[in-house]
Design a binder for this molecule. Structure first.
Ligand code: PCA
Length: 213
């Protein structure tokens, strides 16, 4: 049985009619990357329901690698998220009308989890391929951070997933959504490069100078 990569995107939210994260992950569905098969799935942009769905997918597929992808308007590069925090603080309502303010994702759980993806090596691989990328220090406090935190908590606590690597990537708007933006084919190419790197690099690289912000 080939090993799987679970790649999730979100449905449109906040009045938009599309979400580039879903279009991009869909384009990679069933592709083979270094002997692994990509399974792409959509999560609802809804607190709690998104995490329930993610946990069903994790149980069903037992992937070797999980990358959740979401849209971050006003960012111009693929954002490799470093840290998920145990906070829901929604600036807008989710797709079910929920808007939690200052609640924990998981009561009593740690304040934060770091990604287990090799983000510095991924950054270098993306830059080498000419795809704009950056390490991001915050995935926000809306549904994306909620899913990222829930993913890392599950990977940290479920024994059968202890060898599964996971993390989160934010992608920019598409050109038709406004500026800054990135064409869909570049987002798809970037995700493929990032996944390949995550399968290849066991220990992350430390590269040159760190972030200034
Ligand atoms: N972006 C939102 C949630 C869904 C998505 O694609 C976020 O950044 O939280």
């Amino acid at each position: 049985m080939t090993q799987k990569i679970l790649l999730t995107g979100f449905d449109a939210f906040g009045g938009a009619t599309l979400n580039p994260s879903w279009l991009a992950v869909q384009a990679l569905h069933r592709r083979q990357i270094l002997g692994h098969t990509v399974v792409a799935a959509q999560l609802p942009t809804v607190f709690d329901a998104s995490l329930k769905e993610l946990n069903v997918l994790l149980t069903q597929h037992r992937p070797a690698l999980v990358v959740c992808v979401g849209q971050a308007g006003r960012r111009s590069a693929l954002s490799l998220e470093r840290v998920a925090i145990n906070v829901n603080d929604a600036p807008i309502a989710d797709n079910a009308g929920g808007q939690p303010v200052d609640t924990p994702v998981k009561p009593g759980a740690p304040a934060a989890y770091f990604t287990s993806l090799p983000i510095k090596a991924m950054l270098a691989a993306l830059q080498a391929e000419g795809v704009s990328a950056e390490v991001s220090q915050t995935a926000g406090t809306f549904v994306c951070n909620h899913v990222f935190y829930g993913l890392m908590h599950t990977l940290a606590t479920r024994r059968e997933l202890k060898h599964t690597r996971g993390g989160f990537i934010h992608v920019p708007w598409l050109p038709e959504q406004g500026a800054p933006n990135m064409p869909l084919e570049d987002i798809v190419r970037g995700l493929r490069v990032a996944l390949r790197c995550a399968l290849q690099v066991e220990k992350d690289a430390t590269l040159g100078a760190g972030a200034t912000n």
